[in-house]
Design a binder for this molecule. Structure first.
Ligand code: ADP
Ligand code: TRP
Length: 322
């Protein structure tokens, strides 16, 4: 049976690009095999240095995922730092990781080019990520294209360890999600928290309506036919949050002429609001019962640790530790 693992960084408020691009496929994967999903709070230390902010985002990410359908009965769901064995494995495999491999990492080069001051954690990030994956005998890691290189590094490290110390780690496969569309943001660029163009999954009603009604359109009159209706940003977003036939109907009316942009944006807001309504209700229930959420994470960490300690013992034994 495949064992799928992925980490989610608690580094900001989750938006509908995260939902359609990463969360929904991960939640659907629960029907196909074993899933290990964790909140990568150690990783967030490379970008967030405020402890309150880290705690708040960690809790928000837990609530968001549970509300959207992560089922702790079917998946193992935990906070990374609750299984600190991963840091020991990071050291062990770090001693077999060539400097050249890390120096070639795009994410490190990109982040330092953007002005993040280089530190050991940022440099070693791919080794921690490899430890995350190898510690749980993962077979499949679904990731966006930006993480592909990290997966290749993980495979290189696992192979090198197995060659050096004998067969110890499962060599994982990456599953690059080519089929998942890039969700556009309010300005038409890729939706991303770094571009300030997001629609949050659990945004405030009034503020989100305002954001959506503020989407800038062209100056054509409502009556004018719009042959490019399929490229309209509101139509594209409507396809994600509304039933297919509803989105198709709005597209047809826009193409024919007679539908104003204001009415289209109003419909987009209403469907966004309805689409996430059940999750919003579930999230409110969870948020009112934080002890229960803490228990779920603790139980997840216990399950994760049971697997992790076995794999770590194997790596220690193979490498002559203890
Ligand atoms: P952000 O760009 O907002 O910082 P992250 O890089 O933290 O988002 O992405 C977390 C996950 O969500 C990744 O798997 C990424 O591929 C997915 N994701 C983020 N933005 C989008 C988007 N606009 N469309 C589709 N998937 C996205
Ligand atoms: N680096 C990933 C990201 O930025 C998060 C992550 C950490 C991860 N550890 C992982 C993803 C292990 C997959 C597997 O999105």
């Amino acid at each position: 049976m495949p064992r799928t693992l992925t980490g989610i960084q608690p580094s900001g408020t989750l938006h509908i690009g995260n939902y359609f691009g990463a969360m929904r496929p991960a939640i659907d994967a629960q029907a196909r095999g074993e899933c290990f999903y964790f909140i990568a709070d150690y990783h967030s230390m490379t970008s967030v240095v405020d402890p309150k902010e880290r705690r708040r985002h960690t809790l928000d990410v837990a609530l968001d995922w549970l509300a959207c359908g992560l089922d702790p009965k079917r998946s193992v769901f935990w906070r990374q730092s609750d299984v600190p064995e991963v840091t020991e494995l990071m050291w062990i495999i770090g001693t077999l990781t060539p400097m050249g491999l890390l120096e070639r990492a795009h994410s490190y080069k990109d982040k330092t080019a953007k002005g993040l001051s280089p530190n050991f954690g940022l440099f070693a990030y791919p080794v921690l990520m490899a430890a995350d994956i190898l510690l749980y005998d993962t077979t499949v890691v679904p990731v966006g294209k930006d993480q592909k290189q990290h997966l290749e590094m993980t495979r290189d490290i696992a192979i090198k360890f197995n060659q050096t110390y004998g067969d110890t780690f499962v060599v994982p496969e990456s599953e690059i999600r080519e089929d998942v569309a890039v969700v556009p943001g309010l300005d038409g660029q890729k939706m991303s928290k770094s571009y300030g163009n997001t629609i949050d999954i659990f945004g405030d009603e009034k503020a989100t309506r305002k954001k959506i009604m503020g989407i800038v359109m062209d100056s054509r009159t409502p009556q004018e036919p719009k042959p490019d209706a399929d490229k309209n940003l509101a139509v594209q977003l409507l396809r994600l949050v509304a039933p297919a036939e509803v989105a198709a109907d709005f597209e047809t009316r826009l193409r024919a002429g007679g539908l104003g942009y204001g009415d289209l944006k109003k419909a987009l807001f209403e469907h966004y609001w309805t689409c996430f309504a059940p999750y919003r209700a579930r999230r409110a229930e969870l948020a009112a019962n934080l002890d229960h959420v803490a228990t779920l994470l603790k139980e997840g960490a216990d399950k994760a640790r049971a697997t992790a300690s076995g794999v770590l013992a194997r790596a220690r034994k193979a490498s002559g530790l203890g």
